[in-house]
Every structure is written in C-alpha cells, then in structure tokens.
Ligand binder design. Structure first.
Ligand code: PGA
Length: 245
C-alpha cells in the first residue's frame, strides 16, 4: 500500500506562506497526485488552503486540533464544525504538554471529531522519562483507553509519536517502532472487529525527514507518517515524496 503523508504545519506557516506552499504543490501536481497527502495548516489558513487546492481534491485538509465543545462561549477556540475539513488531529503531544490536555479532554475531542469529519488522527506516545522508566506500554494503554467501541464507518489513524522524537532530530529506531506498533495493533485487535480494523491506520511521527523516510517505510504495519518541521518546508517535503515514489 502507498504510504500516507500527513503534513502538520503547526504554527510554522502564516496564511500567505501556506498559500505560497500550495502554489508550489500546484506546479508539481504529478508528484502530489502520485502520493496520498494530508495537510494540516494553522486554523487561519484552512479556508484559503482548501480553496486553493480545490482542483486537487485528492489532498485532504484538516484541523490541527478542535475544541471539546461544539459551540459556545470559548474565546479564541475552534470547534470541529467551525469550518469544513476532511480530518482533525487530536491528542498531539504539544496539546498534551503546552495546553495540559488530559485523557478526559482528548476523549471529548476524539468523539467530536469522529462524529464530524471523515478521518481523525489520535496521537499517542511516551516521554523520554516514561521510556527510561519502562513505562511506554503503560502510557500507551492509558492513551488508548479513550477509544470508542465503534467508529461508525469513520477512519481513525493512530499516530505513534514518541515525545522525545518530536522536533528533536532523534528518530526512533525501526526495531523500536516495530515493537510499539505491534503492541498497538494487538491492543486494537482486542477492541475491534476486522471490519472496524480495516478503517484504522497506524502512523509514525517524530523527526521524519528525507533522510529517514525510506528506511522507516519498511516497518511492517506502518501506513503513513505525521510530519512536522520537514513538512512545512516545500523542498524537504517534496524530497520526502520523491523518495517514496
Ligand atoms: P516533527 O513533528 O516532524 O517536527 O518532529 C512531528 C509532529 O509533531 O507531528
């Protein structure tokens, strides 16, 4: 199966920079059509990116996060139905640490996203401290404990992103990722029927770039990547896609 590349632009690109990125995509249509790509711009750029990509509907556009509420008095926040998107990320480690989001909050966001958009990315992963304490699987169990019993036909992507690998240049080893993904896969198998499992994908994220992507893509069970910094630099993202052609 072709890998899926999800570009999490975080707060790297403003609206104009996002549009400049999209115009480069449009001049390289063939490369972007031959890969499955999802883009997560900052919230203020979602509408313009979506409309600039209207002739390239194979690229999905999503939100980097959504609010726990569907509407109401929540100054500065955005509900999952604040604009039309194909996908949404919930539980990213930056939300967990910077915004102190716990499992209860992420569970509500996951529910909102699953009932509203076509695909939802749930990020999970242990910190360096937790890894050192041999607590990786315990943490993953806790983070997976919020999964619903059914997906109602929606797609779910579990992105395994060890916190110590995000933005650090440290990529987890293939053996380590393989072991963790098979642990996650077994946990999912104990929760869901084969029919539901066919709507779940497993991603890796954490310092993925043009140098690591080829080797990482040989990991069994891996369906795609959630890429931060390297996805917000057109040349780097283009090189990643070229490597995987
Ligand atoms: P990174 O970020 O590729 O910059 O490490 C990945 C992520 O946070 O999703």
């Amino acid at each position: 199966m072709n890998k899926i590349f999800a570009a999490n632009w975080k707060m790297y690109l403003n609206e104009q920079e996002s549009l400049d990125f999209v115009s480069k995509i449009l001049s390289n249509k063939r490369l972007f059509l031959s890969n499955k790509v999802m883009i997560f711009p900052s919230h203020t750029a979602i509408c313009s990116v979506k409309s600039a990509l209207q002739n390239l509907s194979s690229i999905q556009v999503g939100m980097q996060d959504c609010d726990m509420e569907m509407s109401g008095a929540v100054t500065g926040s955005n509900s999952i139905n604040s604009t039309y998107v194909d996908s949404c990320i919930v539980g990213h480690s930056e939300r967990r640490t910077i915004f102190k989001e716990d499992e209860k909050i992420i569970k509500q966001k996951l529910e909102n996203s699953l009932k509203t958009v076509e695909s939802t990315i749930l990020c999970i992963g242990e910190t360096l401290e937790e890894k050192k304490q041999n607590e990786t699987f315990k943490i993953l169990d806790k983070q997976l404990s919020i999964l619903p019993s059914a997906l109602n036909g929606k797609k779910l992507i579990i992105a395994y992103e060890p916190v110590w690998a995000i933005g650090t240049g440290l990529v987890a080893s293939n053996d380590y990722i393989k072991e963790v993904l098979s642990y996650i896969n077994n946990a999912l198998k104990s929760l869901y029927s084969d029919e539901i499992l066919s709507n779940i994908n497993l991603f890796y994220g954490g310092s993925v770039d043009e140098n690591s992507v080829e080797s990482l893509s040989t990991i069994p069970l891996l369906d795609g990547f959630l890429i931060g910094r390297a996805s917000a630099d057109f040349k780097k993202f283009e090189n990643i896609l070229k490597k995987m052609r």
